[in-house]
Design a protein around this ligand. Structure first.
Ligand SMILES: Cc1cc2nc3c(=O)[nH]c(=O)nc-3n(C[C@H](O)[C@H](O)[C@H](O)COP(=O)(O)O)c2cc1C
Length: 336
């Protein structure tokens, strides 16, 4: 690990903080574009390959072109919050290298809507693959007004978003996941769907952005069924399965708060994907299913696709295997 990934010598927080700037610097030196393997389509979107960058990697859309050059089939930027905000206070990030596990409680550090809009606008003409924009709420927005944060993001970012990802599944913003409970979900989601339609009409977008909901792997079976039923009824286009977990599987010893990702999340993420497919049944047709959580190798990618995911995403694999992960997977897929 040490020889192939020297950055693992750095403390997790420092590696996290400097990597966007390093990529911004190195980006223009990169050649090439998204690798072409198992290309796929959803509505008007064309994916050169089904493996993409998960939410949280390029929080401020600073490196969209670089990730395309590094071979990603799609890039999810964000989570974006309407107003700029800093990360939570206290310890934010840690790694368990032998277990390929990551712990974070960042809480949506974001340069805010206006800066992200400028970044997306600048790179838009050079984008190499579909761009998903993951949106969230500022930590000081009360839960009852959360929808207005999401709506502001839609209206400002809709010209550049191939898809919006509604993030109400992060464990690191107080009360956020309450929006995934029956007391809040339907009224919240109705406002979201109406405002997206309005944004679509305002900009006269024929192919309006796709709307995806990012799920938590910690939902109990009844709540998951409820969320999927309501989302189908309201016309959500698909789901990202899933975010980090508050559970602590696989013998990891991180603090109790904060989200766990990486290899120990794998069984939970696979179970969650299987549950979603089972609950949806025939309603799965015409929907987009994106699998995330513990994907660390080409075998993992193949398993998720074989299980029925349309697309797969990685974050923790980029921490342990580095930025050439997409090219490595493309090579392994081509050799099959
Ligand atoms: C340090 C870190 C920051 C993250 N930030 C976000 C975020 O801002 N928004 C989001 O939706 N998911 C975020 N995630 C979750 C990932 O997108 C992904 O769902 C999760 O890490 C599982 O995938 P993995 O096992 O490949 O890392 C973050 C994950 C990590 C490790």
């Amino acid at each position: 690990v040490v020889i192939t990934a020297p950055w693992l010598w750095l403390p997790a927080q420092i590696a996290h903080d400097i990597s966007p700037s390093l990529l911004r610097w190195a980006g223009p030196l990169l050649r090439g574009g998204p690798s072409r393997w198992s290309p796929t389509e959803f509505l008007h979107l064309k994916f050169p390959n089904p493996l993409g960058v998960a939410g949280g990697v390029d929080k401020n859309a600073e490196n969209v072109t670089a990730w395309g050059r590094l071979g990603a089939g799609f890039i999810e930027v964000g989570t974006v919050t309407p107003r700029p905000q800093k990360a939570n206070l206290g310890p934010l990030l840690d790694r368990d290298v032998p277990r390929l596990a990551v712990w974070n409680r960042l809480g949506f550090p974001s340069q805010g809507l206006d800066q992200v809009a400028r970044n997306l606008e600048r790179t838009y003409p050079r984008r190499l693959c579909p761009i998903f924009v993951n949106v969230g709420k500022n930590r000081d927005t009360p839960l009852e007004e959360a929808y207005s944060d999401y709506v502001q993001c839609f209206h400002r970012l809709v010209p550049w978003a191939d898809a919006f990802v509604v993030n109400i599944s992060s464990p690191n913003t107080a009360r956020l996941r309450e929006l995934l409970t029956p007391a809040h979900f339907r009224p919240f989601m109705e406002k979201i769907m109406n405002s997206l339609e309005l944004a679509r009409q305002t900009y006269r977008l024929e192919n309006g952005p796709v709307l995806l909901l990012k799920l938590s792997p910690d939902l109990d079976a009844a709540t998951l069924e409820y969320i999927l039923d309501v989302s189908c009824e309201l016309g959500v286009h698909g789901w990202i399965v899933a975010n980090t977990t508050l559970q602590r599987p696989g013998g990891v010893s991180f603090p109790l708060e904060g989200g766990l990702s990486g290899a120990p999340l794998r069984p939970l993420a696979e179970k969650c994907l299987a549950d979603v497919l089972r609950i949806l049944g025939p309603r799965r047709k015409g929907k987009l299913l994106v699998s995330a959580g513990g994907v660390m190798s080409n075998e993992d990618v193949a398993i998720r696709l074989n299980m029925g995911a349309d697309l797969v995403q990685v974050y923790s694999a980029l921490i342990f295997k580095g930025p050439f992960f997409f090219r490595q997977i493309a090579g392994a897929m081509a050799a099959k």
